[in-house]
Ligand binder design. Structure first.
Ligand SMILES: [Zn+2]
Length: 252
């Protein structure tokens, strides 16, 4: 919906909502040269223009600050946390092929391997993948985006935590996840929840609000719609006291 103040150029995004296809977005926030819009129909919040391939590439070169920042420190704690999550997911998928889509330094993939899965990981950040390969040589790691990753066989369990908010084309991203899963396979997905009751009222005060790295923002409702379009049905949504969505979906 265009704002029609006389003499003012309408403030509308160039593209329709990726989730509901509505052409009804209004300005939501502007920070650091990034403009964000909110779909008036489904509440999806997105950058427009979206970051281009060059920007995205720069964002993921040593995205986590590698060893210098200590991101790869506290490995034992990360592995312990991952094993706890996998015990929970293991009730649905006790064994089989596991993929961490957006695997950072490979900690969750390693926990999956220790839990008896055949584990793989994919991440666009070369520094993370180099670390993962060096420390966990038994695991199959690939450097690149989920969107272009092709596996030798489909996966039984796909783990994708805090990654989808980085994807400029969310349909392409979810289609790629779904294509990597066998029918009946389980997806564990987490992302910030822009509609959460505990999200700071001023979105600029929210630590998860960081365009252009996070270029899209979901609410539970529009995320479920997006997943359903790609054949992924919600099995369970995990209650979260923090402004994040945690859900389990199954491929039809
Ligand atoms: Zn929409």
């Amino acid at each position: 919906m265009a704002l029609t103040t006389p003499g003012v150029v309408p403030i509308v995004p160039a593209m329709a909502c990726q989730i509901c296809r509505a052409d009804d977005a209004a300005p939501f926030a502007e920070t650091g040269g990034c403009k964000l819009f909110r779909c008036g129909v489904c509440g999806f919040v997105f950058m427009d223009p979206l970051p281009d391939a060059v920007t995205v590439g720069e964002l993921y070169d040593d995205a986590y600050g590698g060893a210098e920042s200590g991101y790869f420190a506290k490995v034992d704690k990360k592995l312990k946390r991952a094993r706890r999550q996998l015990r929970w997911l293991g009730r649905l998928v006790p064994s089989g092929r596991f993929l961490d889509a957006g695997c950072n330094g490979g900690f969750v993939a390693e926990a999956a391997r220790q839990s008896g899965y055949s584990a793989s990981g994919v991440d666009p950040d070369p520094v993370s993948i180099a670390y993962a390969r060096e420390h966990y040589p038994e695991i199959d790691f690939h450097q690149g985006t989920v969107e272009v990753y092709t596996a030798t066989a489909p996966f039984d369990l796909v783990y994708c935590s805090e990654v989808i908010e980085h994807a400029p084309d969310v349909n392409r991203f979810v289609a790629a996840l779904a294509a990597l899963m066998r029918p009946g396979a389980i997806l564990y997905l987490t992302t910030p929840d822009i509609a959460h009751w505990r999200r700071p009222r001023n979105v600029l005060d929210w630590d998860a609000f960081c365009p252009p790295a996070h270029c899209v923002y979901f609410s539970p409702g529009n995320l479920v719609t997006l997943l359903a379009r790609h054949g992924l049905e919600i099995v369970k949504r995990r209650w979260n006291p923090k402004p994040g969505i945690k859900l389990i979906a199954r491929k039809r």
